[in-house]
Design a protein around this ligand. Structure first.
Ligand SMILES: Cc1cc2nc3c(=O)[nH]c(=O)nc-3n(C[C@H](O)[C@H](O)[C@H](O)COP(=O)(O)OP(=O)(O)OC[C@H]3O[C@@H](n4cnc5c(N)ncnc54)[C@H](O)[C@@H]3O)c2cc1C
Length: 295
């Protein structure tokens, strides 16, 4: 691996990160791979049944409330972390004071977090009616490893979900939603080319926006210059995997344990030296998902 740092290694989309043998914690790229693998083994995006240790949001919500968590429904407008605690001003005029705060507001980042390498993009998807007789072997997740990628997955009731057509110029919700018919048509055509056996009876069409980074790694860790404030962003298409990682790493950080992958996920890291090869999302979680399911 020579002098290649973990981030550069990830940009190459190297299947080296899928290694399941010879894990050596002292080597940064393998440490990172192990961290991803741990997250994936506990939260696999391709699974239909709830994976080990991943419960649905409603269940987690109930557990948290049962342990004393309080839920406030409001928009957070400003964060003041100057003292020994963090004050969060809400749009209903109230304030929350906490010892620590973790920002996890998706692709909309507050002013206080300004990473150099974050971008916002929209993605579209379609789902067919159930057609279990037309699916490919084992219904494995198919991910196209190209810049303008598409992906195909199947559901438990035999539908094909096909997505892609990403566009970073259409991010305002209204424009994004208005593009659904055109994008859905393009997706159906690509699905027909990829898998001619598919019946193109489209049942659902939708769009979503998410943030991504130049190097395909998430933004997880302390917010620079803001004491007691942490952030978890930049998951790209790997929200299931990276959110689990973020929860593990940030809770450990608050408890005083700093994990090595945090250096690669730093909010204020500079743009990578090399141009990205492949797409940012392809650089991480989905490769692992494929590797784990196909080996
Ligand atoms: C079409 C599509 C398909 C995808 N498929 C997959 C997949 O198969 N597997 C996968 O792992 N990932 C997938 N992703 C990515 C995944 O959805 C995201 O990475 C993930 O949802 C990000 O989670 P988050 O909690 O950071 O942000 P979000 O899910 O965006 O949640 C952020 C929340 O914060 C709220 N918020 C924002 N600002 C404020 C504020 N100021 N105050 C209070 N609340 C605020 C928002 O309303 C929102 O509820 C997909 C994304 C898209 C768009």
């Amino acid at each position: 691996m020579g002098q290649i740092a973990p981030r550069e290694l990830l940009q190459t989309g190297s299947s080296g990160l899928c290694l399941h043998s010879s894990f050596a914690p002292s080597r940064p790229h393998l440490r990172l791979a192990a961290a991803f693998r741990h997250a994936l083994e506990n939260s696999c995006p391709g699974e239909h049944k709830p994976p080990r240790r991943v419960v649905n949001a409603g269940h987690m919500h109930a557990i948290s409330l049962g342990r004393g968590a309080k839920l406030f429904e409001a928009d957070a407008l400003a964060f003041d972390s100057g003292g020994s605690s963090v004050n969060v001003s809400l749009d209903n005029g109230r304030e929350i004071e906490a010892r620590y705060a973790v920002l996890a507001t998706g692709y909309v980042m507050p002013e206080i977090v300004r990473p150099e390498i974050q971008h916002v993009t929209s993605s579209w998807a379609i789902a067919t009616t159930p057609q279990p007789q037309n699916l490919w072997q084992d219904g494995v997740l198919i991910w196209e490893d190209s810049k303008d990628y598409h992906y195909a997955r199947t559901t438990a009731d035999g539908r094909i979900i096909f997505g892609g057509e990403d566009d970073s110029t259409i991010v305002e919700p209204e424009a994004r939603d208005a593009a659904v018919p055109v994008k859905a048509k393009a997706l159906a055509q690509k699905l027909a080319a990829l898998w001619p056996r598919a019946a193109l009876d489209i049942d659902c069409r939708w769009a979503g926006t998410f943030d991504t980074t130049d190097d395909g790694l998430p933004l997880i860790g302390a917010v620079p210059g803001a004491k007691n404030l942490f952030a978890a962003y930049g998951y790209g298409g790997n929200g299931i995997t990276f959110s689990y990682l973020a929860a593990e790493l940030i809770s450990a950080l608050i408890a005083g344990h700093r994990s090595p992958p945090l250096d690669d996920f730093a909010i204020d890291r500079p743009a990578p030296r090399k141009a990205c090869v492949g797409n940012a999302m392809g650089a991480s979680g989905y490769h692992f998902a494929a590797a784990i399911r196909w080996r």
